[in-house]
Write a protein that binds this ligand. Structure first.
Ligand SMILES: [Zn+2]
Length: 382
């Protein structure tokens, strides 16, 4: 699964205070035990019971691509961090961290357990979207997202039949039928355990008032694209949290289009076999920067989104904000500067093309990106 734009920002959130929580289940609460809102002992018992029912949660999460611990990342370190300028944070990451203010350690622990279960992502992969699908916490991004999806399908030269666009709403965590299915299909739980886990997830969500019934940005601070070979098939998912975050920092006018075009870029990569088989931070950086390039080319092209100067500057800021300094991470997306530079390069390709109406074949554009990549990731430490 290509986790777009925000998995590393999620990693930032995890390390910002969510990791110091008990990992092992202590006791198993009796089935059906009541969990009262806001009672810290009951938050703990729900966490403990989930951990007991899913004892290998950390290793499962790691296998599914949830950000690995810092220790593991150091072992895997291949890119020299000293080569690159990288800011400690970005406005988007600051905003996300701000949403965690006021949560105590136990509530952060509850959030971590829900994130490791990754039930919202899994829901969007194995369950059908609610009909009609809406995008954004209040449906406010439905029009730009659905229109841009149509435009992308027209713009790029791949067969897009069967690519399913889906939202990610945190409120699915309190939907018993959807969660039960996730635990059966993804976790292989028995019908009884799956139903119990669904109850526990809902109770955990409801036990922390700030989680707002699941509509809490941290739970959907993500977007992704999956290929035909993966569970759920060819999908693109757009999380409410990341859309809300960009709106909060003033980029709501371009972020839905830029994020979706990045994810669609992954679908182009799947179709054109541009991903490669290597698993490393450099390989991830290449794939992710290429998706940024596909995105920026579409956004600036006269037959794509045809964005003009002001909005080009804004969408470059979208990439910048989800750059990361996870040089050892197998989901490294490139630094903020590299992501912005990649967008600038793709914009220049679209802007300097003559005639303006010509759209490069996607494999050609991919080759042009690969030729430019050494320039885009050249050391830039000052
Ligand atoms: Zn991506």
């Amino acid at each position: 699964m290509r986790r777009a734009i925000a998995s590393v920002a999620l990693g930032v959130a995890l390390t910002a205070g969510l990791s110091a929580v008990p990992a092992q289940a202590a006791t198993v609460a009796p089935a059906g035990s009541a969990i009262l809102a806001g009672d810290s002992a009951d938050i703990q018992s729900a966490v403990d019971e989930i951990r007991a029912l899913v004892p290998d949660l950390e290793s499962r999460a790691a296998a599914a691509g949830v950000p690995a611990s810092d220790a593991v990342q150091v072992v895997r370190q291949l890119i020299n961090p000293g080569d690159y300028d990288c800011p400690a944070s970005t406005p988007l990451q600051d905003w996300l961290r701000g949403t965690l203010q006021g949560l105590n350690q136990q509530q952060l622990g509850a959030a971590l357990t829900l994130l490791l279960l990754d039930v919202v992502t899994w829901d969007s992969r194995v369950n059908d979207p609610q009909d009609p699908a809406v995008y954004g916490p209040a449906g406010e991004f439905t029009i730009p997202v659905t229109h841009t999806f149509k435009d992308l399908r027209r713009f790029w030269d791949i067969d897009s039949n069967g690519v399913l666009l889906v939202p990610m709403h945190g409120s699915v965590m309190v939907d018993k039928a959807r969660m039960t299915r996730v635990f059966q299909v993804v976790y292989g739980a028995s019908a009884a355990n799956a139903a119990r886990l669904a109850d526990l997830v809902a109770q955990l969500v409801r036990s922390v008032p700030q989680f707002n019934g699941g509509d809490f940005p941290l739970f959907t601070f993500n977007s992704y694209a999956t290929s035909a070979e993966e569970l759920g098939g060819r999908r693109i998912a757009m999380g409410d949290g990341v859309l809300a975050g960009y709106a909060a920092i003033g980029l709501g006018d371009v972020a839905p289009q830029a994020i979706l075009a990045h994810e669609y870029g992954h679908q182009v990569q799947f179709a054109d076999d541009l991903i490669g088989s290597e698993t490393s931070p450099e390989a991830s950086r290449r794939v992710e920067l290429m998706a940024d390039a596909f995105s920026a080319y579409f956004l600036s092209h006269a037959r794509g989104a045809a964005m003009q100067t002001k909005r080009v500057t804004q969408f470059l800021g979208v990439y910048y904000n989800v750059g990361d300094c996870g040089f050892a991470s197998l989901s490294h997306h490139g630094t903020p500067a590299q992501r912005q530079r990649t967008g600038e390069w793709a914009y220049s390709v679209a802007d300097s093309a003559r005639p303006q109406g010509f759209i490069l074949p996607s494999p050609t554009f991919g080759r042009m990106f690969d030729a430019e990549l050494p320039v885009l990731v050249a050391p830039d430490a000052s």
